[in-house]
Design a protein around this ligand. Structure first.
Ligand code: SF4
Length: 343
């Protein structure tokens, strides 16, 4: 049986190419556990994401901002931070779901939503969770903006609603030298601390955002970032290659010839080595960046995300590669073996 799952440009057929029953699941898991596969299994229906903007600039912009970041590169054209939440949800339902999905996750995607004071953010959370079509929310934020003062009341609201809440922590790399180069203004320890407290609350899901192709990182560095966040209990991943966006600090470095980027072929080959180390239960929301074409400087792959998915899928089947194939348990991970503890 083949069935197709697609979200955020991740589009994978479910194909039994590994031998019947070889992994102990009645229906054969996909080569990649995509967002749409995961949430269809969880809720029995297709689920979309509606991006939302709380109207606050990211605090890291006051410190120069991350060198790769320009919010406009990933903002849906309909999304206006000046619209109130009800207006953004209505636009999102009309333009984004377009009848394909009836249910959605409210995605507080823009900037650093948890920089908003808890007394302002929590009513917005209550508002979206009160919509019967909303199955839950995703809070996209920085590891150093996960305050206990927010986690405690948020946990009460989430538990009372019976809906899901995923923290998607922007990390990009576990290597502090890379975080400095990107001007993140936080360290890996901030991520580890936030991840621990989010999990300790008991009602939140934990996700991480990583970028592959950060200058001066080797493939070993990138794979260590991936396996490390998985070992810390991350169950959702947003992954993509480094893109140079027009008029960013990274663009200036690129123009000076200081940045080497993945070619499409190199990146697909890298993914074939990276996906097997991700545990099969981890949901992958994204595997490549898709900046607005007019703002994208490089790399220019001239390929739509759907074609990338198909190409990767075909190679995974051909080479008999799948997500989770070589995943290590947390206690086999190098950072546990070195220190004897994970947090
Ligand atoms: S923390 Fe996020 S929103 Fe803020 S500058 Fe960096 S990438 Fe952009």
């Amino acid at each position: 049986m083949n069935s197709m799952f697609m979200i955020d440009g991740l589009n994978f057929c479910r194909i039994n190419h590994r031998g019947s029953g070889s992994h102990g699941e009645g229906d054969h898991p996909p080569t990649v556990r995509t967002f749409s596969y995961h949430f269809r299994r969880k809720y029995g229906t297709s689920v979309g994401k509606i991006p939302l903007d709380v109207g606050l600039s990211c605090p890291n912009r006051e410190r120069g901002g991350c060198i790769f970041c320009r919010a406009a590169a990933f903002t849906p054209t309909y999304l206006q931070s000046t619209d109130d939440l009800a207006g953004q949800l209505a636009e999102g339902k009309a333009k984004l779901l377009q009848g394909r999905f009836k249910k959605y996750l409210a995605y507080f995607q823009q900037e650093t939503c948890t920089a908003l004071a808890a007394e302002k953010l929590l009513p917005l959370v209550r508002q979206v969770l009160s919509d019967a079509d909303c199955f839950g929310l995703i809070l996209s934020t920085r590891p150093d903006y996960v305050a206990d003062d927010l986690l405690r009341p948020l946990a009460e609201i989430v538990v009372r609603s019976g809906k899901a809440c995923l923290f998607e922590l922007g990390l990009q790399s576990v290597h502090d030298r890379s975080l400095q180069l990107l001007n993140r203004n936080h360290g890996f320890d901030d991520f580890r601390d936030a991840a621990f407290r989010i999990k300790e609350a008991g009602c939140f899901e934990l996700g991480a955002h990583l970028i592959f192709g950060i200058p001066e990182e080797t493939e070993e560095d990138m794979l260590l970032s991936l396996s490390t966040v998985c070992s810390l209990g991350v169950t959702h991943l947003k992954l993509h290659h480094l893109q140079v966006i027009r008029d960013t600090a990274l663009h200036a470095l690129y123009d000076l010839g200081k940045i080497t980027l993945f070619s499409k072929e190199e990146y697909l080959c890298f993914l074939l080595r990276a996906l097997p180390i991700i545990p099969a239960g981890v949901t992958i929301h994204r595997l490549w960046a898709t900046a607005h074409p007019e703002l994208l400087v490089a790399p220019q792959w001239h390929t739509l995300a759907g074609f990338l998915s198909r190409e990767l899928q075909e190679r995974m089947v051909e080479l008999n590669v799948w997500q989770g194939q070589r995943a290590v348990t947390a206690h086999q991970h190098p950072i546990f073996v070195r220190s004897g503890h994970l947090t």
